[in-house]
Design a protein around this ligand. Structure first.
Ligand code: PMP
Length: 401
């Protein structure tokens, strides 16, 4: 008998499990709107042209070796990543008070940041939005933090519960960590307005809460890298401290390369350097050092102004295609006379639409229409195309009537 015979079957991950179910479906009409991965109009995954080009440059450079990177990753990548999110002219960077470490995509950056806070920060409570990306509570709990929620989404307006958010952050203990989605909130697609961000910033600073930004969609929300970084930059411009987890999964399409960065903006260069020394102690026993290929691709693109420009154009095209899917789906529901107000489909931003469909309606759409999405009614707009919009609109129409 196996020494593991007592091990019970674990449930599938609520998001990645959708793909598992999708793969088992033999219907030609099947549609995967679960996982947040960009697809072309033909439903195919893409590698950006600029990424292919960077890879060719890397491959043809015979001097390149596959030695270990330092614990903190590729130095050039870290510098360029900090500039990308904080802005090239950021005083915090110029004053050397930002430490940036390469991590395993957004998830790894959140985890390393969480572990660091769990060891070295005085307040162990982290407030995360309700709802949020399903992995957040698990990542932070395992990092040793105590997870609490702040109100974020109001189902009745399908918009921001701004009053609830302010109330919950006001009653948080001084010093608590607050997780903020930098842009394109997942799963709701609802972001604060610039004016609301400003109030949130003032509240966070006045209560000495510690902001931890999750930036998984820079450039994907609006199509502009700078516009999507505005929330983070306003918190750095006030001179205060914060953490930022960056992912290149979506905006460079480097999903499986697992390339991301954690930056910690500190008050002084001296503190930043000590913080970095402790980040190394978090990383070394976890995975020693990060992988080299993805970070080299990113650095190759970010440091070359022509390639950088080419990237912004491809990125904007992805963002624009998603926005156009929103309009097509909205129009398709209008044409069918589907009951209800569906304007949130065009108001929400980023990769996802939080449809408002409940878990029974989702189950119905999967069973009858072979459309796969998470049970909270979130659909990945990036998985849709002009060809599949009518099928989805039929399914939604049938589910609500
Ligand atoms: N944060 C949010 C809000 C996300 O949506 C995602 C990706 N789904 C991530 C972080 C992390 O993704 P990755 O680890 O692939 O970069």
């Amino acid at each position: 008998d196996s020494v593991f015979s007592h091990v019970v079957q674990a449930p599938e991950d609520p998001i990645l499990g959708v793909t598992v179910a999708y793969n088992k479906d033999n219907s030609p009409a099947k549609l995967n709107l679960g996982v947040g991965a960009y697809r072309t109009e033909e439903g195919k995954p893409v590698v950006l042209d600029v990424v292919r080009k960077a890879e060719q440059i890397l491959v043809s450079d015979s001097k390149r070796v596959k030695e270990y990177l330092p614990i903190v990753g590729l130095a050039e990548f870290n510098k360029l990543s900090a500039k990308l999110i904080l802005g090239a002219d950021s005083p915090a960077i110029q004053e050397n008070r930002v430490t940036t470490v390469q991590c395993l995509s957004g998830t790894g950056s959140l985890r390393v940041g969480g572990e660091f806070l769990g060891r070295h920060y005085h307040e162990r409570t982290i407030y995360i939005p309700q709802p949020t990306w399903g992995n957040h509570p698990k990542v932070f709990t395992l990092a040793g933090l105590s997870v609490k929620y702040y109100r974020y989404y109001d189902p009745s307006t399908r918009g921001l519960d701004f009053q609830g958010l302010l109330e919950d952050l006001s009653s948080a203990p001084s010093g608590a960590v607050v997780l903020l989605h930098a842009c394109a909130h997942n799963p709701t697609g609802v972001d604060p307005t610039p004016e609301q961000w400003e109030q949130i910033r003032q509240l966070i600073r006045s209560k000495q809460l510690l902001p931890f930004f999750d930036s998984a969609y820079q450039g994907f929300a609006s199509g502009s890298l700078d516009a999507d970084a505005q929330s983070v930059r306003s918190f750095v411009a006030d001179g205060g401290e914060c953490l930022v987890a960056q992912s290149y999964a979506k905006n460079m399409g480097l999903y499986g390369e697992r390339v991301g960065a954690l930056s910690i903006v500190c008050k002084s260069a001296d503190v930043a350097s000590r913080v970095e020394s402790q980040l190394k102690l978090v990383i070394r026993p976890m995975y020693s050092n990060p992988p080299i290929h993805g970070a080299s691709i990113v650095a190759t693109i970010l440091k070359d102004s022509d390639m950088y420009h080419a990237w912004t154009i491809e990125l904007k095209a992805m963002a624009d295609r998603i926005i156009s899917m929103r309009h097509q789906l909205f129009e398709a529901l209008k044409a069918r006379g589907t009951p209800g107000d569906w304007s949130h489909i065009i108001k929400q931003i980023g990769m996802f639409t939080f449809t408002g469909l409940n878990s029974e309606q989702v189950a119905f759409m999967t069973k009858e229409y072979h459309i796969y999405l998470t049970s909270d009614g979130r659909i990945s707009m990036a998985g849709l195309s002009s060809k599949t919009v009518p099928h989805l609109a039929d399914a939604i129409h049938a589910a609500v009537t």
